[in-house]
Write a new protein. Structure first.
Length: 252
């Protein structure tokens, strides 16, 4: 796991405040896909529990795991007592128990590619469901997006995260669906999108950027400068594209 993957604990409260949550529609899709009841689930990289709480609200017993103690400390403030919490990276999780559902919310790209799918399969019951979902947030107004790009360019060429397997952004199937489709450990791979177009204040959008790993990786003086430059070009309110891409697969 890279240093960027472990950079979020320093901004755990901001992550909880500014990162969008997940809608009930997402859980509906996962449960509809499952061939049987989902009673127990394991979450990879739970962060502050944005996804944890919506699955737990359906009566699913969730074990939330994350390698960052600060993120889990924030998570405990927001999830029900039925949620079990484990301080561990995906690569270190014991393979002594299996679950009906294994899910990752905007966290799978931080896992090591070696043995990713063999470990995922080992953590699932027969016919168990794997779900990965998330999406990078973008400004809906192209002119504002270009102004922000120009403001940050002296510090960052790009603040996004490239596809881990190099899949082009216009490909019909995106990662991790591409890898799942090639694995003989999983079957019935599906991809869907939940459309979201929320609005927020310019300062709230800047707060969201303050939780992005590309900015957290900058030295503090540079981070302060780039945020000041971005804030100057942001309007009072912005519309954002916050679509969620959901990938589902079943253990073979």
């Amino acid at each position: 796991m890279t240093g960027r993957a472990l950079s979020f604990g320093s901004v755990a409260s901001a992550y909880e405040r500014f990162r969008p949550g997940y809608p009930d529609e997402l859980v509906d899709e996962v449960l509809a896909y499952a061939s049987g009841p989902i009673r127990a689930a394991l979450e990879i990289g739970a962060g502050t529990g944005k996804a944890t709480r919506v699955f737990a609200s359906r009566g699913i017993v969730v074990t939330a795991t994350d390698p960052d103690p600060s993120m889990l400390g924030e998570l405990r403030k927001h999830v029900p007592a039925t949620v079990s919490v484990a301080l561990a990276a995906f690569e270190d999780l014991p393979l002594t128990r299996s679950y009906d559902l294994l899910f990752a919310a905007a966290s799978l790209h931080w896992t090591a590619p070696e043995h990713r799918w063999t470990r995922a399969a080992a953590l699932l019951n027969p016919d168990g469901v794997f779900a990965s979902f998330g999406g990078q947030l973008h400004l809906a107004d192209e002119a504002v997006e270009q102004a922000v790009h120009a403001a940050r360019s002296p510090f960052l060429a790009d603040d996004g995260f490239p596809s881990p397997d190099g899949t082009p952004p216009d490909s019909p199937m995106q990662w991790p669906g591409t890898e799942l489709a090639e694995s003989d450990l999983f079957t019935d791979v599906r991809q869907s999108t939940i459309r979201r177009r929320p609005t927020m204040s310019g300062r709230e959008y800047l707060g969201h950027l303050s939780t992005i790993s590309a900015y957290l990786d900058l030295p503090m003086p540079a981070r302060e400068q780039v945020f000041d430059r971005i804030l100057r070009v942001l309007p009072e309110r912005v519309s954002v594209v916050a679509d969620i891409t959901l990938h589902l697969a079943r253990r073979s």
